[in-house]
Design a protein around this ligand. Structure first.
Ligand SMILES: O=c1ccn([C@@H]2O[C@@H]3COP(=O)(O)O[C@H]3[C@H]2O)c(=O)[nH]1
Ligand SMILES: [Zn+2]
Ligand SMILES: [Zn+2]
Length: 249
């Protein structure tokens, strides 16, 4: 069964033009959002998608450009749509997400709404365990380095697409596991266009990869000056906000 990917946004944490890097995975009868940052609701609105039309949301890590839209989702699902959707999440992130990000806004709005599982149907994704989340869609989280001592996950989609979330340059992972062992056909990778990358991967670092690897890479999580880098990304391509991509196996 084929599926499509439509980026709700493709920007860095502070980008204004391209919104937060959050992705919709679209199957004929299933829609899941990868990350739900503070621009997600506006972007969904622009695409004429309401929160209740999502079947689930997957969280890679706790930064506002990846989870900052969850409070609005929870409120609207509860009050406007009287519905809970799935939240696909590592068990290691659940308490942190509730205690550090959502509790302040969501706790005690009603006496029986006490925690994350009162707003979402929690589906735990164990690291490095492929999970069939719907017919035709298998997701697998792997822990990757973003900020030391901060839990953060990248993702395999149907074991042939690698979705990096936010990640420091990890050439061994990319070349040995993603490309060599798993033979992934597409890599959606975050990219800091200028300067030395401290918590992301820089364009300069990605340009050190062999041309064959670059040709499979779609760049995301970029700054507002992306257009001035067109033609300067080797064999890598910028993925565009709201365009629908079919990544065939
Ligand atoms: O040690 C740090 C921690 C964070 N930051 C910035 O804060 C942002 C948080 O969201 P992000 O992970 O998409 O991107 C991060 C960076 O832009 C940084 O430059 N250095
Ligand atoms: Zn980010
Ligand atoms: Zn981050």
């Amino acid at each position: 069964m084929s599926f499509q990917i439509q980026m709700l946004g493709t920007g860095s944490a502070f980008a204004k033009a391209y919104y937060n890097t959050n992705a919709l995975i679209l199957l004929t009868d299933f829609k899941i959002l990868i990350d739900c940052g503070f621009t997600a609701a506006r972007s969904l609105h622009e695409l004429d998608i309401t929160p209740d039309q999502l079947d689930g949301i997957l969280i890679t890590h706790i930064h506002a450009d990846h989870v900052g839209g969850l409070e609005e989702m929870a409120f609207r699902l509860h009050y406007s749509y009287h519905k809970r959707i799935k939240l696909f999440i590592s068990p290691l992130l659940v308490d942190k997400l509730w205690e550090n990000t959502l509790k302040g806004g969501l706790e005690n709005i009603e006496e029986n709404l006490l925690g994350l599982s009162d707003f979402f149907d929690l589906v735990f994704l164990e690291e490095r365990v492929p999970s069939v989340v719907h017919e035709g869609l298998t997701l697998e989280l792997i822990q990757t380095l973003h900020i030391p001592n901060k839990i953060s996950y990248s993702l395999f989609i149907n074991n042939y697409i690698f979705y990096s979330a936010d990640i420091q340059f990890s050439p061994d992972l990319l070349l040995h596991e993603v490309l060599n062992k798993r033979q992934c056909a597409y890599l959606l990778h975050d990219c800091q266009l200028k300067g030395k990358a401290m918590v992301h991967t820089s364009l300069e670092q990605l340009l050190t990869l062999p041309e064959e690897a670059q040709s499979k890479i779609y760049l995301m999580h970029y700054d507002d000056d992306m257009e001035s880098y067109i033609g300067k990304t080797g064999s890598m391509t910028f993925i565009k906000q709201h365009e629908i991509y079919t990544f065939d196996e």
